[in-house]
Design a protein around this ligand. Structure first.
Ligand code: ATP
Ligand code: MG
Length: 397
């Protein structure tokens, strides 16, 4: 019979690579705990309308990347393409009181062209600051994103920009559309975006023409501009490698105010962004909640794992071997004793020669081999062999 394989763009993650996912999660969890986050798990399957209303009808995600279908009841549902919309929905649905810091970790789904660092099922760790405003909140938001990556030892650069408030964003969009009007060199998607969502043209992933668009800082109010500049300065003061990128706009509609991306220097340009986020002051009310300012980010764990150079620490392995099959029960007893003591321990159950068991112990990287023979059994002991030095000693149970 033919073999069954994974779907295109989907993959199995196992061994050391999956261990690194947990390592990355662990570091983010530790660091976010310092910021007083609590964790939330929302469903993978949500109503289509949630993403149309939050991410935006005219975004790439909603237009062409969603795994959307009708469920058995004929409802339009979607495998979530991102985490913020679901967390904000949950915040409203459960009447949570702001301010509230909520973090999540889980798989997201987007039907994109698969390549290194771009998959159809990928993992995000995200953080949402709901009910937070002001420039220090922007600083805290970006700092909370940078710190875990720094702790993981990843060499990054933080790019920031501002979209201003809703009014500024509108005026800038208009100016941008005008500027783009007679550019025939845009890609076909961008020609459409120019009309529907001109900001998105600046986020084009195709190597397009060099644009020299008007600067949004010429459209912001004095207060928006000052807040943005204070945010930049404070981050520099705190030692964050930050730089303004005037063309940074982000691909999701719900952003207003400061937006940012963190790039890993080691990764190829098109997939170098390992984390992205910004302020979204209108999303809570757009989804039916009370007007609530908010800030959030999401880290792409698959990409972080690609550049994570650190190791995975595991406890040293104790491998129990026996000199004859009659001692199997005793070996099993010793094995579980070791586990009770908090040691990582294992053994084989099939009948194998001592030599074969030793070979196996070597292959799986045992640090210690625990030998049980007639003599050890008689004394209620085991023989411990140090696989690095070859030294042996008798240890009582
Ligand atoms: P990109 O510009 O790379 O398409 P994006 O703007 O669509 O990213 P966001 O929606 O902001 O990405 O998601 C935040 C992070 O999640 C990204 O910076 C990236 O690290 C990761 N990410 C997004 N899409 C994918 C994917 N298909 N595969 C792996 N990681 C992804
Ligand atoms: Mg994308």
């Amino acid at each position: 019979m033919g073999r069954i394989t994974t779907l295109r763009g989907f993959r199995d993650i196992y061994g050391e690579e999956w261990e690194k996912f947990w390592k990355v999660y662990e570091i983010f969890r530790e660091v976010l705990d310092l910021f007083n986050f609590t964790w939330i798990e929302t469903p993978v399957l949500e109503r289509l309308e949630l993403f149309v209303r939050s991410v935006g009808e005219e975004t790439d995600i909603v237009q062409k990347q969603m795994f959307a279908f009708k469920d058995r009841g004929g409802r339009d549902v979607v495998m979530r393409p991102e985490g913020t919309a679901g967390v904000v929905r949950a915040f409203i649905e459960h009447g949570m009181a702001p301010p509230k810091k909520l973090a999540y970790f889980g798989p997201m789904f987007r039907a994109e062209r698969p390549q290194r660092g771009r998959y159809r099922q990928f993992y995000q760790i995200g953080a949402e600051f709901i009910g937070y405003s002001g420039y220090l909140s922007d600083v805290e938001g970006i700092w909370s994103a940078y710190l875990p990556l720094k702790t993981l030892g990843i060499d990054v650069e933080v790019l920031v920009n501002t979209l201003g408030g809703a009014e500024t964003k509108r005026r800038y969009s208009r100016a941008l559309r005008e500027y783009l009007t007679d550019r025939d060199d845009l890609c076909d998607d961008c020609k459409r975006r120019r009309e529907t969502n001109p900001l998105r043209v600046l986020d084009c992933k195709i190597d397009g023409p060099r644009l020299n668009p008007p600067d949004i800082l010429d459209f912001t109010t004095d207060e928006e501009r000052e807040n943005f500049q204070k945010t930049l300065e404070k981050l520099k003061e705190m030692g964050v490698p930050v730089r303004r990128d005037p063309n940074l706009v982000r691909g999701l509609d719900y952003y207003t105010g400061v937006v940012f991306e963190i790039k890993a220097k080691e990764l190829e340009a098109a997939q170098s962004t390992v984390l992205a986020g910004g302020r979204y002051d209108n999303l809570v009310s757009d989804l039916g909640g009370k007007p609530t300012p908010a800030f959030g980010w999401a880290a792409g764990v698959d990409r972080i794992v690609l550049v994570y150079g650190g190791g995975i620490e595991r406890r040293p392995l104790y491998f129990v071997v026996r000199t004859s099959e009659e001692l199997k029960e005793y070996a099993f007893f010793v094995l579980n004793k070791l586990r009770e003591e908090g040691k990582r321990a294992d053994m084989l159950y099939e009948a194998r020669s001592l030599r074969a068991q030793m070979r196996y112990a070597n292959r799986v990287g045992a640090r210690w081999v625990v030998i049980v023979g007639e003599e050890e059994y008689g004394k209620g002991m085991y023989r411990l062999k140090d696989m690095e030095t070859g030294e042996e000693s008798l240890v009582p149970l």
